[in-house]
Design a protein around this ligand. Structure first.
Ligand SMILES: Cc1ncc(COP(=O)(O)O)c(C=O)c1O
Length: 454
């Protein structure tokens, strides 16, 4: 399940040509170590959105120094840095009004409802949802998956099967484990090949007439593997199963077309796509969403409430109980706008170029076990690796001292790490602001850590 080091022993860094429209110079800073001189949004041109230094200036956190070093943020898979327009839009909601959506008739309440519903419409268009009512606003990917597993429970019977994979994040394991414990559901898992891809040869035996749900990740948050969703969805639908897609690591990195993917339900979080924390989305066909019993009650999800019974609103409000995060929903529009100005095809191309470069440079260090497919075309913008010479926590701590932020641990995928025989790995992950200079800083940092511990 690991990619052999590409260039064992070779540590030279080839000076490769840069991508067509991306200028990789120094740090993207203004020379003072701060991201000064932010261009007002109305003066930001398309070229600015394609130039790495200008893009970096749009992310205020990159202006920080960490241990007196330029911040090299390689933890975007955990959460992406926040765009200036997102931060401003969120603050502006509270500054100008702070009103609740779907509650009042006064001007501020009406504006909040309009902005909230416009954000929903924008997301629906962005991921090509079947309709605006097919977008449920949630708290996160995790909240969406819990809502699903609980919401489907009344339509499942003991002995029904849910098919998952061995590469899932805990968010797509634990809600199903809890469902299995409550309702006697049988859990099965698609195993992995040695290349860190799904062993689809096993599908025919793993899917049975009792398979009701197939739930899997689009992009693995550890291996980086991009799964062939359309093919799996076709096989699942042939068995009459619902397909649930965890798109947490895909949205914001590639064009995501819900219709083309063929899933019935899809979840993702705004914070991994440069938006606010505490905001996520559940997208589905109306037939699949109609099957979901509401997990939570109260607020705008009701139609009528009596003392002994109540009836529910139509979709999507039926699945949105309580006060919504209007500020975050409206702020996320700015993140989608930024990504659309760059072009998600361009974001994907750039991710691949940078991931390819990082795989090559990490391979050049020698002795590292790189996880996941060797081909950058088959993976997302992250690389997990194991260095037998260094504990991931020691490495992450030494990297941090050099301003390099990576993630070390099991990345909320303990079963996968158990399968790999590794208690923990180190993960470097990229965002639109990442460049080859960041990868170079990582490589220098690992070399330094190795010297330090040798
Ligand atoms: C593949 C995958 N699924 C689910 C999640 C959970 O996302 P959240 O914490 O935003 O709910 C993550 C977060 O890392 C993830 O990478």
């Amino acid at each position: 399940m690991s990619t052999p080091a590409a260039q064992p022993g070779g540590s030279a860094r080839p000076e490769q040509a840069l991508g067509p429209s991306l200028v990789l110079d120094a740090a993207g800073m203004d020379g003072t170590g701060t991201a000064g001189g932010l261009a007002p949004p109305d003066q930001v041109t398309r070229e600015d959105h394609l130039s790495l230094p200008a893009l970096r200036r749009r992310f205020p956190a990159l202006g920080r120094l960490v241990h007196d070093r330029r911040l090299v943020y390689l933890d975007s898979a955990a959460t992406a840095l926040k765009l200036d327009d997102v931060i401003d839009a969120q603050a502006n909601h509270y500054r100008r009004s702070g009103a609740n959506a779907h509650r009042g008739l006064h001007t501020l309440a009406d504006e909040a409802t309009t902005a909230y519903e416009q954000a929903r419409e924008r997301v629906a268009h962005w991921v090509r949802a079947p309709g605006t009512d097919c977008v449920v606003i949630t708290r996160s990917t995790t909240a969406g998956l819990n809502l699903l597993a609980r919401g489907l429970e009344p339509s499942l019977q003991a002995g029904d099967e849910v098919l998952l994979t061995e590469m899932e994040h805990h968010a797509n394991l634990v809600p199903w484990i809890q469902l299995a414990q409550r309702a006697g559901i049988v859990l099965r898992h698609i195993p992995l090949t040695d290349q860190g891809t799904l062993d689809l040869g096993q599908l025919a035996t793993l899917m049975t007439p009792r398979t009701r749900v197939v739930s899997l990740t689009y992009v693995s948050n550890v291996l980086g593997t991009i799964n062939p969703i359309a093919a799996i969805a076709e096989a699942a639908h042939a068995m009459g199963a619902l397909v649930v897609l965890d798109a947490a690591q895909a949205v914001g990195h590639m064009p995501v077309d819900f219709g083309d993917l063929g899933a019935d339900l899809m979840v993702f979080s705004a914070h991994k796509a440069y938006g606010p924390m505490g905001l996520g989305f559940l997208v589905g066909t109306s037939e699949a969403l109609d099957r979901l019993a509401p997990l939570e009650g109260g607020g705008q999800m009701i139609r009528e409430v009596h003392l002994q019974h109540a009836t529910w609103e139509d979709l999507p409000l039926r699945l949105e109980a309580g006060t919504a995060d209007v500020a975050s929903a409206t702020a996320f529009v700015a993140a989608m706008d930024m990504l659309d100005r760059i072009g998600l095809d361009q974001v994907l191309a750039r991710d691949r170029e940078l991931t390819g470069y990082a795989l090559q440079q990490l391979g050049g260090l020698g002795g590292l076990q790189l996880l996941g497919p060797a081909d950058p075309e088959r993976r997302g913008a992250l690389i997990s690796f194991h260095d037998p010479q260094l504990h991931p926590h020691d490495l992450a701590t030494l990297l941090d001292e050099q301003g390099v932020a990576v993630r070390a641990g099991h990345h909320c995928a303990q079963p996968l790490h158990r399968k790999l025989g590794l208690p923990a790995t180190t993960r470097a992950s990229f965002g639109v602001y990442s460049g080859r200079d960041d990868v170079d800083a990582l490589i220098d940092g690992i070399a330094f850590a190795r010297r330090f511990f040798s």
